[in-house]
Every structure is written in C-alpha cells, then in structure tokens.
Ligand binder design. Sequence first.
Ligand SMILES: *Cc1c(COP(=O)(O)O)cnc(C)c1O
Length: 428
Amino acid sequence: MKKSTEEVSALQLDNEDPLSSFRERFVIDNPDLIYLDGNSLGRLPKETIPHIQDLVKNQWGKNLISGWNEGWYEKPTSLGARLAELIGAQPDEVVVCDTTSVNLFKLSAAALRYQQGKKGVVSDEFNFPTDLYIFQGVIDLLGNHHHLEIIKSENSITITDDAVAAAISKDTALVALTQVAFKSAFMYDIEKITAIAHQSGALTLWDLSHSIGAVPLELNKWGADLAVGCTYKYLNGGPGSPAFLYIRKDLQEKLSSPIWGWFADQDPFAFKLDFSPTKGISRFQISTPHILSMAGIEPALELLQEAGMERIREKSIRQTEYLIYLAEKNLIPLGFQIGSPLDSTQRGSHVSLRHREAYRICQALINPEKNDTSLRVIPDFRAPDNIRLGIAPLYTSFSDIHRAVDRLQDIIQKKIYQNYSSDHLKVT
Ligand SMILES: *Cc1c(COP(=O)(O)O)cnc(C)c1O
C-alpha cells in the first residue's frame, strides 16, 4: 500500500531522531500496541529485568539480612542523591521513600506547623485529587485553623501567574501546586511562582509527578523549598515504585515530620525509648525501605541520564507539536478540541484531546474488535472528556503518534466508538 505523505514524514522524523535508539532499550514486544500512557505507568526498561533478578536471587537469596549492611540501609538516601541530579538539587536534599501522597502529607503538615500564625494554603483546581485531599486532611488534623484556597482557571487549560499572585497574601503559609497539570498538561514556571510566594513569606511545595523524567528541573536554581513526586510515570521505575521528597538544605532542620518513625531517629538500632530526630533529609523517612520496589528506579535513572534531560525535553516538544499539528489538521474537523496549551513553554509532555465521546473513543482505541484492526492504542481517559496522549520521548516514536491520530480519525469517521458502552471501568 502506498504510504501517505504524513506517514513518510513520521518515518523520516524517526530516522532523524538522535534519541531513537533508546526505544530498543525497552521491552516492546507487540509492534501493534501503541503505548501513549507513559505518563501514568512508564514502560519496562530491558535492563530492569536482570537488575531485579540479581537483587532477588543474589542479594536477598544469598545475603539475607546482611543485605542491610551492604547497601540496602542507605538505599533511600543513596538513590535520592542520584535522583537529585535529575531535579537540580544537592545529593543530600532528596530521599526516596513512601508514596507521593504520604510525602505530601509529611511535607505539608511540617510546613504548616513551621509557618506559625499563617493560615492560608494555596492550590489550584488542576491539582491531582490526592494532593487536595491530603491538604484537606492535614488542615483537619491541625484543628481546622487553616483554609485551602483553590485557584480557578478561566479557560480550563491554563492558570496565569497573576491569578496565582492574587491568591497569595501575607497570610499564606504554603503554596502547593503540581508543576504539570495531569489533565491539560499546563506547566507552571517554578522559578516565577516561587519568587511570588517568597515575597509574601510563603513556602512552596511542588508536586513533580508529571515533570520528573519529562522536563528539566533546577530546583536549587529556582529557589524551590519543598517537592515530591512519583517514580513510576516518566521515570519508568515500575508499578508502585516509591516516591521521592526534596527539602531545601537550610530548611531541613527547621521542619519536623509529623510521623516519628524509627528510620527518622538518630540511631534506629539503638532501640531507645525516646525519639530524637536525626539531622538532614532522613528525618523525613519513616520506616524499613522498600528495597524491591526501589530496584526498578536505578536502571531507569541511568537511561534518563544517558539521554540527558535537555535532549529529552527537546524531543518531547517536537513530538507534542507534531501531535498537535496532526490533530489540528485531521481531528479538529471531527469534533475534537485541543485541551492543552499550544505554547510549548507552558506544556508538559502529554497532550489532551477533548471530545464529548472521549470515553467511548478511548474504549475503541484500547479494545479494538477483531474484525476491525489489530492496532491497539493505549492513552488514558480523564473525566469528563479528556483523552490524554502521553509522550515519553525515550520510547515514543513519531510513527506511534501518526498511527494513533490515524486511528482516532477512523474511530470517528467510521463511527466505531458507537459499538462501545459508556459505562465506566474502575481504573481508566
Ligand atoms: C500520579 C500522581 C500522584 C500519585 O500519588 P500516589 O501517592 O503515588 O498514588 C500524586 N500526585 C500527582 C500530581 C500525580 O500525578
């Protein structure tokens, strides 16, 4: 069959792509499965398989408990130090532990208790639900003396710096935002917002779950105070791999974790009866590290560092622009809208396409009928009408993007989505 001009140019873009060889470093065994959900769960790097096997077979299997004295005990901080490079922090400002939600709890509670007298918490309506739930819970736990102010968007895609500035006052204790919004992919300028927050004496807490591994981060340079993020999205650490937390060096000893676990003590193995928090970032650890779940982060980090965040970002921008270009040409006429910022400096690494039949369209992409096509496209659906297409530059190809848009076009033009139910599944 003759290839369309668009198809040829997708192949050409892949040929010219300096990062194209990284795709082979991931397990991709079905060429007819286009995975555009690396922003929810990253793909499996090939190297992760022997790495985890070695850990289980040789370290756990043979070393048994002495593994704790052969690197396991320090793993949260040694891995944190490596992760710090990726976010522009010092090696002793990051620890890998717990989950993003738990780390949000620890850092937001600590920040509010430190900011005595200030009662405002500022966030936005784009934030991930768990973030907002955690802040509501912390406020409740601290006796309901604080108030959570949610900045609203005027266009459901972006939020202006002015809107953030207007929400912050001398009473604001904490500005807690997700840098890249999970629905629209709108991206804040951390440096600017941090400066605005600091003018009023507020601390900032950044959720980097949709940023790490996708956009270059310079937390020190930008003056960021606190940050958290997960490692199973663009970082490719594997399902349920632990999260990280960052605390600017000079704040570490001023803050106190609300959870006093033994791994935050000066000497966990002294088994004393009274808690005395250790110095440094480990005072925000809680308990026995998740050695197996952390293991996937190491080979994944290596891939990102080898490719380099600047090159990854450059490819990500070219790919989201290519996707938006194809969508404007072929999908807007079919009733889609672009649900992400068109300005790439304000956009993370996914693109949301909105359509009133988004749910059924997603079902048709994910579960094609046998007599229709063997091509499966995996995006994800975010209520009420977003189809999120995640671009993970290490393994997403331009051809993937082209084929996915082609398939979307077919699903509408041939009314394929009408064969699907609009009853929602539990995990979308
Ligand atoms: C994915 C994500 C989370 C996930 O939190 P868990 O505690 O790992 O379930 C939290 N916040 C944001 C912004 C996310 O994108």
